[in-house]
Design a protein around this ligand. Sequence first.
Ligand code: H53
Length: 841
Amino acid sequence: VEASIPEPQRAAWKKFQATPFVTKEDFEKEVVRHVETTLARSMFNCDETAAYAAASLAFRDRLITEWNRTQQRQTFADTKRVYYLSLEFLMGRAFDNAMLNVGLKNVAKEGLSELGFRIEDIISQEHDAALGNGGLGRLAACFLDSMASLNYPAWGYGLRYRYGIFKQEIVDGYQVEVPDYWLDFNPWEFPRHDIVVDIQFYGGVRKYQDEHGRNIAKWEGGEMVKAVAYDVPIPGYDTPSTNNMRLWSSKAASGEFDFQKFNSGDYESSVADQQRAETISAVLYPNDNLDRGKELRLKQQYFWVAASLYDIVRRFKKSKRAWSEFPDQVAIQLNDTHPTLATVELQRILIDLEGLEWDEAWTIVTKTFGYTNHTVLPEALEKWSVPLMQNLLPRHLQIIYEINMYFLQSVERKFPGDREMLGRVSIIEESQPKMVRMAYLAIVGSHKVNGVAELHSDLIKTTIFKDFVKIFGPDKFTNVTNGITPRRWLHQANPRLSELIASKTGGLGFLKDLNILNELEKFADDKEFKKEWAEIKYANKVRLAKHIKTTTGVTVNPSALFDIQVKRIHEYKRQQMNIFGVIHRYLTIKAMTAEERKKLAPRVSIFGGKAAPGYWMAKTIIHLINNVGAKVNNDPDIGDLLKVIFLEDYNVSKAEIITPASDVSEHISTAGTEASGTSNMKFVLNGGLIIGTCDGANIEITREIGENNIFLFGNLAEDVEDLRHAHNYGSHTLDPDLLKVFETIKSGTFGDAGAFSALTSAIEDHGDYYLVSDDFHSYIQTQALVDEAYKNQDEWITKTILSVARMGFFSSDRCINEYAEMIWNVEPLAPEKGETDGLGK
Ligand code: H53
């Protein structure tokens, strides 16, 4: 407030306030200004990198002006805000998205052209912001886009990793990890050196009574680290609303470095302090769906959560409201259990720092938080060792014990004498060492818990969280099926398809209300329309074929059926089943007569995805795919009938090229293991069909688009447990076709046979946990159905049109509205028409 300009002088501010450019000329002026002043270059040394930098800065200035107005509007309106806490935001590129969302891509295109550049070349200069592993991080990014586009007052809070997810290189068929140093030049962030929070670690707790006889707990000593805010503007589509993603970066509390130590000759330790602090936000852990319990990860979690809550609480306190109103002003969503310590931290702030009573504080906490669960995989459920937490966060551990005590007392009241129940639901697992079960803590600390697809939300209620449904009642548990933003995943990735749809549905309105796609149904048999539709798919396949050629050297035929599986490499996602199927196809073709071969639809099997660096089995799958490719692609007897491609370094910007080019994509996880999946939605929205299991969102996609338009196969989730039991305790006979594939691998057809023994023996000798053998036959049969169906192009195209027409449900706008209504209780705050600043003047 003190920094506020007094009323008489505000007129000058208003007169000279920044005005976002709208014309091509103004844009060009801004670009040239940035080249000549910000970058200190000129027209004589402006390459594409510099042009990208200047054009982005021009848009950044524009965004930040709207950002300021949006924040002022929200502050003046003083309504409830949402805070989305996520350790991952897999944003991809920002420039193209910014141009499209503010509706100035054509202006920029023409402006850049007049300055001597092609916009595509400029867009491709940008390094992906890859602060995430896979689905969870990309979902957070889609949610930010939707929240801004729907005018919700919402902030994302995350960590500003110096290194995002590693870059993947394939060397001799093996994955090699290369660091992703992405911050070299990032025009999309604003450092806020004035927004700095002190974060405490280690130390101890002193308990005493104050002069009023109240019990006080004081967390003292230990280590201090600074959290510095970096803000990234998030522009909404077709609205001036521009939200904020605030990322925290760690810095040594003592400043840059300790000159005293330095001067006294202790150079090494003066740098070490600084480095230890900066390590906290240095790197994104590269595991997807796997918890490894590393101390630095816990440090990251607390660092981020404590800084974010300090910020949120500070903002709330400015309004001078009573604490009881906190949940009316603040909704915090926990994206998975990673930010669960936030519930404990808020409780600590309220009781230790603000002097509230335990019960009053805990009521505020539980009303504030919502928790989204994204997995049932046991290896992904976070647990922290009690000794580790005792050391790093002694006060928080005490509070967790107290939360648990009150919780268990309430369970005891509800289920008197049920000691087993108490053991099962306790937040503390009585193991050696004891562990804090973060999912249980998140449930107890939130008012709503949601899964991310119907099957998944049902599963968590009947399996991992069954007891909690009995304790809290079923209403605490709900479902919000995931979605994707049509702005990036249709309009940006597939501009021609978007244009065609716009020409038939009366403009780009479908990007704001995806149900408008429904109007395409009437063109499902329209000859002219189908022709254009097919031409666009073909062009997208040509684009991908070019990418394949330049990155792998392999020539693929764009008329072949493109069969794509791109996602993190994981045994549960079953890329191994896919590559075994490819080998089976190879063997089948080899055994075919020339006549039979003529009838076969040529196929390109395309894979992409990263393996966690420590996940040996996943790396072996990548190795096998590459070796199969090397063999098949060079077999003159096979020619165009089959090609096998592994695309290096799958990421968001590559997904924008890959997704529009599929005929079929594979979503073939063991039933009950993939919580939702979101790439399935992207592929269908871009006019590709799916081969998939009855898992995650595949089920709802089927419900929406109709079972004639999807290739489903395999065992159902409800049968998985029995099958696993039979593998281990009954007789386990393997599929004969699969055994032939194994024989071929073992004979050395794809190089060193020993290299792949872990893959085959997981199935032959170790119980086939992911049911590859059980599903293999139906997988192969369904692939044959795909072959047959693809031959009838006319029907195939109709299927893809009908599917796209029925995908409205999977917009992330629908999800966000559901969260807003069911969980957050927040309303959008739309800018008024003609509004020019936050004062409404
Ligand atoms: O979250 C996606 C789901 C997907 C699920 C994924 C996910 C991660 O990427 C990482 C950790 C985790 O617990 C879950 O695997 O099924 O679509 C978004 O909800």
